[in-house]
Design a protein around this ligand. Structure first.
Ligand code: ADP
Length: 390
């Protein structure tokens, strides 16, 4: 084969495999050359140029400038599976009555843009609510300046709303950091038992207010490589939800185990539960099954999105098992760090070591009853001590 022939074969191969669509259209509007992507992207349909492409080609033929055209959503041809929803094409005259059209699939970029717009709209709405409330309450304080009781009541509400605003802003910052492409920095060896203890401690007083007994299994000695602060935040979010969506005087338990090279921390409640059709959505930003209930508990709708991203950034996952009226188990799983053999640490690769619930074969979705609560946590809360409880 001569060099020229080899070059032709190479060019044909490049054209055939290119994800950019190419079509050459003559001055009669016929497609004289089209690669497979031209058909996939709908530039060429049944051997003819898409009418919008034909029109752009006709204009480009008599112009020195390239002509841009958007095609999609899919035009007259029936939309097939995986059909792009947005295609950007540029038609350019090649001289001699020929026009070359190059087109790229912009569906993914368009979807990302739609998600971004949606997010900005949601954030604006979420911020507007407490900001408007704060403005109204401040006016009410001014109006009621002569009535100390009213001032006191409105000031308390002001604190609630500004706390809500602060929480929302903090969670948005946390989420945007987690969603950034940056890999986690400052990874260190994290003791899961310390994460559990700290998260439990953080929710102890709200659990106590609702007389919810928080129980945990025995310390496991399990280790992961991660960001301790983020893991504590994620587990705290799960525990706060378990408390918020449970009736007073019920129980919430935390258990941990090693399973399939992952450390799983499960939070189980006997609360209101979640309908199956919502299981896939609860980890979405701002999704709430019952917005009124979420707001009443100071929820932002971002807690589980943060959990999901913390898990993902650690190379792990967050899952839910739930049944309305029975309760829920949310599980945070992150890759286990095997302890060095010399350390004598009980987490050294033995899934059953030091972990009472590790014989449970269902890793993803243990029903609440399967996650045994072992030991009541001592709650360092004055009110609990006053009542003579742990
Ligand atoms: P929120 O701030 O509203 O709690 P989350 O992202 O933490 O936001 O949770 C999203 C939604 O998932 C909640 O509004 C609630 O409807 C549901 N949910 C989360 N955890 C539980 C749970 N343990 N029991 C029942 N529903 C829950």
């Amino acid at each position: 084969m001569s060099d020229d022939r080899a070059d032709d074969a190479l060019a044909a191969e490049v054209l055939t495999t290119s994800i950019t669509a190419y079509a050459v259209i003559d001055d009669d509007g016929n497609v004289v050359l089209g690669n497979p992507a031209a058909t996939t992207l709908g530039v060429v349909r049944a051997g003819l140029p898409d009418p919008r492409i034909a029109e752009a080609a006709a204009r480009a033929a008599v112009s020195d400038e390239p002509v841009d055209v958007e095609i999609g959503p899919p035009g007259p041809a029936p939309a097939g599976r995986g059909r792009p929803s947005a295609v950007h094409a540029v038609a350019r005259s090649m001289g001699g009555g020929l026009v070359v059209v190059a087109a790229v699939d912009e569906s993914a970029a368009q979807r990302v843009e739609a998600v971004r717009r949606d997010f900005v709209a949601n954030v604006s709405h979420e911020l507007k609510t407490p900001v408007s409330a704060i403005a109204l309450l401040a006016e009410a304080v001014l109006d009621g300046a002569d009535d100390p009781e009213m001032v006191h009541a409105f000031a308390r509400k002001l604190i609630t709303e500004s706390t809500r605003l602060g929480t929302l802003v903090n969670e948005l910052i946390a989420l945007s950091r987690l969603q950034g492409a940056e890999p986690l920095t400052d990874l260190s060896v994290v003791e899961i038992d310390a994460v559990v203890a700290e998260a439990v401690n953080r929710v102890a007083s709200s659990a106590d207010r609702a007389q919810i007994e928080l129980t945990t299994d025995e310390p496991s000695g399990l280790l992961v490589l991660g960001d301790r602060t983020l893991l504590v935040t994620a587990l705290t979010n799960l525990l706060e939800n378990a408390v918020n969506y449970s009736p007073d005087r019920s129980g919430v338990s935390v258990s941990r185990r090693a399973h399939d090279a992952m450390v799983e921390i499960a939070v189980t409640d006997r609360g209101i539960g979640i309908l199956p059709e919502h299981h896939g959505r609860v980890f979405e930003r701002f999704f709430r099954v019952d917005p009124a209930r979420s707001r009443a508990t100071g929820g932002t709708g971002l807690g589980l999105a943060i959990v999901k991203h913390v898990a993902a950034n650690h190379g792990g996952r967050a899952t839910v098992w739930s049944r309305p009226g029975t309760g829920s188990t949310f599980t945070l799983a992150v890759p286990q760090l095997p302890a060095s053999p010399s350390s004598g640490n009980p987490s050294s690769g033995d899934p059953s070591s030091g972990n009472p619930s590790s014989d449970d074969p269902s890793s993803e979705s243990p029903p609440p009853a399967a996650v045994a609560a072992r030991k009541p946590v001592s709650v360092p809360d004055q009110a609990a001590q006053d009542r003579g409880e742990q």
